[in-house]
Design a protein around this ligand. Structure first.
Ligand code: G6P
Length: 610
């Protein structure tokens, strides 16, 4: 999500840090900062940081220069704590400066512990906690910064990449990785550390990628890697041959493909800290809803977020037994909606800026409803307008066609449905336990599916020449059929329709002939037999069927021309797996056609017009 860079050498650090951060700007951020120290001059680091773009930081640095040859820099994309000067990184505690990507899962417990021990906090972030932990270890006698970081890490749960610098040990940067990316760049008498190769590519192409569970100590002249127990690890450097643009995409051809592959991690980050496996319950980051007073839920959204809302209808009705309506924000706002006290309006928007959704919220609030926003961008306009907000942690999505924002929305809605069901008594503890257990396993199962890209590439070649596609599904798979069709038309410009499988006989069946590929979502579940019948109706008319089914389904092969099998999970969570092959199919069809996948014609990522 955020951007990290560190430098240690003989050159002035600040311009290198700011230059590196500039290369990471495309990832999206809302504040930036550096901490720089001059080892020969008292070695007191100077932290300069502020909300907003890098230009603001540069302006501040012009007024308050930060000279020195050792430093760390960061662009922050807010997760814990709003975007503000105080919450910007680096955070400084005593002699320790720190930058961090990711989320410390047990930050509340650690904060309370540190507070009881007398620590004073100057930000709302989870990051500052780690600075206190390292400082605490040094005070307790850790012999050097690396040892202090190693000991402090033992207390931390979550996904992270940290870089730590100490005024007392000015010749060292210490970095650690668990889940968030980290790379060391090797120079002559100077070294770099960064979250992405892009940040350092103009300075060096010789890099070492840091693995999970490793700590790296970086000095001017060398790099030492250990595991979290202190056991040395050795790795040969690699020479990067990617161009700068390729590097931004992490070696993937398009941002969309990169983002498809990022989904297991995005979902893991969205789950982090929110599942209480002992209590069979969900924590919504401090959101407390008076669930028993909710008479009805109304979802409002646009585009892909609208499809997530349709899955939400299925989830909330089945797990919390609360009546649900779903509306397109652009329709809701103009039809004098019947909405008011007793209604919980859930507005879903990855960008948090879609004007139609914003106006629909205003309308709902005016009429007395309570509004909860689900967004991917902290402190964007929609969460600020809502009464409550809950965030997905997908990280910035660059590709216009939404992928990881969608699957993380589905995860957020699943958590919300469990939260509601547990509080109004509709969902048994046992069922909640099963669902939470399945949610925890999702990232691995998603990885399994995104690893099938070679198969989807073959299918794209087989079907990609068609003039039109039909996508069919029932229950929670119906919105996935809509989303599959939307994805395909957005990026490949092939006409596609999503339909409820049971409704096919009332119209779209007229389209079926040997030229029409029909993608049928048919995972194991209550609608399986009925959907198989619809699939037979397609084949009886020579339609070509590509079935998305559940691994272990030995029958489906005899009903379809091609099959993609995804791992089994709870029916309510199946959409999070079945949508993945549809995203990949769309991507590979579009890539074959050579369209502008990341910026399709006529589309915008954030639509702030009516
Ligand atoms: C645009 C984007 C879509 C997105 C829709 C709603 O049309 O191209 O990908 O689904 O806006 O955006 P939101 O940010 O509110 O989820």
């Amino acid at each position: 999500m955020c951007g990290i860079i560190g430098y240690i050498g003989n050159r002035q650090a600040t311009p290198l840090l700011v230059g590196g951060l500039r290369k990471l700007e495309y990832r999206g951020y809302d504040s930036a900062g550096v901490s720089v120290l001059d080892p020969g001059n008292g070695a007191t680091s100077r932290v300069v940081r502020c909300r907003g773009k890098l230009a603001n930081l540069e302006e501040k640095l012009n007024k308050e220069p930060a000279p020195g040859t050792v430093g760390i820099g960061h662009t922050r994309w807010a997760t814990h704590g709003r975007p503000s000067d105080e919450n910007s990184h680096p955070h400084k505690v005593g002699a320790i400066s720190i930058i961090h990507n990711g989320i410390i899962e047990n930050h509340l417990a650690l904060r309370a512990e540190l507070h009881a021990a007398g620590a004073k906090f100057s930000s709302e972030t989870d990051t500052e906690i780690f600075a206190h932990l390292v400082d605490q270890q040094l005070t307790a006698g850790a012999e050097n910064l690396t040892v202090a970081v190693r000991r402090a890490l033992q207390k931390v749960r979550g996904s992270y990449a940290f870089v730590v610098m100490s005024d007392k040990e000015p010749g060292t940067l210490v970095a650690a990785k668990n889940s968030s990316p980290l790379v060391v760049g090797l120079g002559e008498g100077e070294n770099f550390v960064a979250s992405d190769v892009t940040a350092i590519l103009s300075e060096t192409r010789k890099v070492i990628f840091i693995d999970e569970g490793e700590i790296v100590t970086v000095t001017r002249d060398g790099v030492a890697i250990t595991d979290f127990e202190g056991k040395p690890r050795h790795r040969e450097p690699k020479i990067i041959t990617w161009s700068a643009v390729q590097a931004e995409k992490g070696g993937f051809k398009h941002f969309m493909l990169k983002e498809i592959h990022e989904q297991p991690r995005a979902v893991a980050d969205t789950l982090t800290g929110r599942i209480d496996l002992e209590g069979d319950d969900v924590r919504l980051d401090g959101v407390e809803l008076d669930v028993k007073s909710i008479k009805r839920i109304v979802f409002i959204a646009c585009g892909t977020s609208y499809h997530a809302s349709l899955v939400g209808e299925f989830l909330v009705e089945s797990l919390a037994r609360i009546p649900v309506e779903v509306d397109l924000a652009s329709e809701f706002r103009y039809r004098d909606p019947i909405v008011g006290p007793g209604d919980l309006v859930i507005a879903i928007s990855q960008s948090g800026e879609t004007l139609d959704t914003m106006e629909a919220i205003r309308e709902a609030k005016k009429k007395g409803a309570t509004v909860l926003a689900i967004s991917n961008v902290v402190e964007s306009s929609i969460p600020r307008l809502a009464d409550h907000s809950f965030y997905t942690h997908a990280g910035p999505e660059i590709g216009v066609a939404s992928t990881k924002a969608f699957t993380t929305q589905l995860v957020a809605i699943s958590l919300l449905a469990i939260y509601l069901g547990r509080r109004n008594g509709a969902l048994s503890r046992e069922r909640a336990r099963t669902l939470l257990g399945e949610l925890v396993q999702l990232p691995n199962k998603m990885r399994d599916v995104v690893d099938m890209s070679a198969h989807l590439q073959v299918l794209a070649r087989r079907y990609g020449h068609a003039d039109g596609f039909l996508f069919l599904g029932r229950g929670a798979q119906y919105p996935i059929a809509l989303e599959g069709a939307l994805k395909l038309k957005e990026i490949s410009y092939i006409h596609a329709e999503g339909y409820a499988a049971g409704e096919m006989k009332h119209g779209p069946i007229a389209l079926i002939d040997e030229h029409l590929p029909v993608v049928v979502l048919v995972p194991k579940g209550p609608s399986y037999d009925k959907t198989v019948s619809n699939l037979a109706e397609v084949r009886a008319r020579q339609g070509k069927v590509l079935a998305i089914a559940t691994r272990g389904d030995n029958e489906i092969g005899s009903h379809a021309d091609d099959v993609v099998l995804v791992p089994d999970t709870a029916v309510e969570l199946q959409p999070i797996l079945t949508v993945l092959p549809l995203q990949m199919l769309s991507y590979y069809v579009a890539d074959l056609k050579g369209t502008d996948v990341d910026q399709p014609r006529n589309l915008a990522k954030s639509v702030t017009v009516e």
